[in-house]
Design a protein around this ligand. Structure first.
Ligand SMILES: C[S@@+](CC[C@H](N)C(=O)[O-])C[C@H]1O[C@@H](n2cnc3c(N)ncnc32)[C@H](O)[C@@H]1O
Length: 323
């Protein structure tokens, strides 16, 4: 494969001009927010495979970076929550995509009273070499871009993401993952990679790369079917299911005993005491479900207690708490 990034530029220059209905789309509904009108041309160029916009991540955010702008749909949604000049910085390598995003954000300003184009700073910039200072943003979002990168470039993009985040900042992503390793003849196909079909890693490998870049806590918020690479068309022994995931990773230190990865497992204590304390910071009040990371779930399971139930992963972790 030459430099696959040349093909990526070609694919997205075309996708900027002519909407590609099937590119990246998933069965996730486009958000409807009170008072938000999204220009149709922006919806037609939704090249995300999920959502990276979550009010929970934005309540205290002052400055957000969005990498791989596309036509600006998620940038507009982010601005809806931030509503301040320069609150969203949005970078893309593709001048045509940036031009379309700028035009559509102008259109968005005409149909949304609350929105001013100055709320978004659009600039040419590469995920592999972000044009931002260290520790300068609270949240980084990327949707359906990092899966395109080769493993080496993915490592670089994740390092860059970690670098620009403030401590405890959040990296929110939506990307395809593969249910088994991608065969070389597909991983090496630059066009399939650019179309978000053959760069996907298995979920565990992707999460490990995020941890390796220095993120101590990860939450898997969604996991849904994305595509099937069928054996006839893609020259495979068996069909290969791709899924899309939504993950948030926190820029906090990695604990000595390993990262905390929440996949939706829950611990419930039903014993005779008011609570069960594992001595490692987890106090389970009797009868009340508590979300636990996979590491803790495994440690609690290994106790072999009949008064503790540990459920499987829902892949829809949305934080924890009761009342
Ligand atoms: C699949 S589209 C996703 C667009 C947008 N995130 C969305 O959800 O609609 C990928 C976008 O990333 C841009 N892109 C490609 N390589 C990039 C890079 N190295 N750095 C920043 N943006 C890049 C493309 O031009 C394109 O706009």
């Amino acid at each position: 494969m030459g430099d696959y990034r040349d093909v990526v530029e070609e694919v997205y220059a075309e996708a900027a001009e002519v909407p590609q209905a099937a590119l990246c789309c998933t069965q996730s509904p486009v958000w409807e927010l009170p008072g938000l009108v999204v220009p149709q041309a922006m919806l037609d160029r939704n090249y995300g495979c999920g959502s990276t916009v979550n009010p929970r991540d934005l309540s205290r955010a002052e400055r957000v970076l969005y990498v791989g702008v596309g036509a600006g749909l998620e940038v507009l949604q982010l601005a809806y929550f931030l509503r301040r000049e320069g609150g969203v910085v949005a970078v893309d390598t593709n001048p045509k995509m940036l031009a379309v995003a700028a035009e559509l954000l102008e259109e968005a300003a005409r149909v949304n009273d609350w929105f001013e184009p100055e709320m978004v700073t659009l600039q040419e910039g590469d995920a592999l070499d972000l044009p931002l200072d260290d520790a300068s943003v609270d949240v980084v979002g990327q949707n359906c871009l990092f899966n395109i990168f080769t493993p080496e470039h993915l490592t670089q993009a994740l390092r860059e993401t970690r670098r620009v985040l403030r401590p405890r900042g959040r990296f929110v992503l939506s990307d395809p993952v593969a249910t088994r390793p991608m065969p070389e003849h597909l991983a090496g196909d630059a066009r399939l990679r650019a179309l978000c079909l053959s760069g996907a890693l298995p979920l565990d490998d992707y999460l490990q790369k995020i941890v390796d870049a220095g993120f101590g806590t990860l939450e898997v918020r969604a996991r849904r079917p994305y595509r099937v690479l069928d054996k006839a068309r893609y020259r495979l022994d068996a069909d290969l299911l791709l899924e899309s995931v939504e993950v948030v990773a926190f820029a906090d230190p990695i604990p000595d005993d390993g990262p905390c990865i929440f996949t939706g497992k829950t611990a419930i204590y039903v014993g005779t005491e008011d609570a069960f304390d594992d001595g490692k910071g987890h106090v389970l009040l009797r009868d009340l479900p508590m979300g636990v990371c996979d590491k803790t779930a495994e440690a609690l399971s290994s106790l072999g207690r009949e008064d503790l139930t540990i459920t499987g992963s829902t892949w829809h972790y949305a934080g924890d708490g009761c009342c």
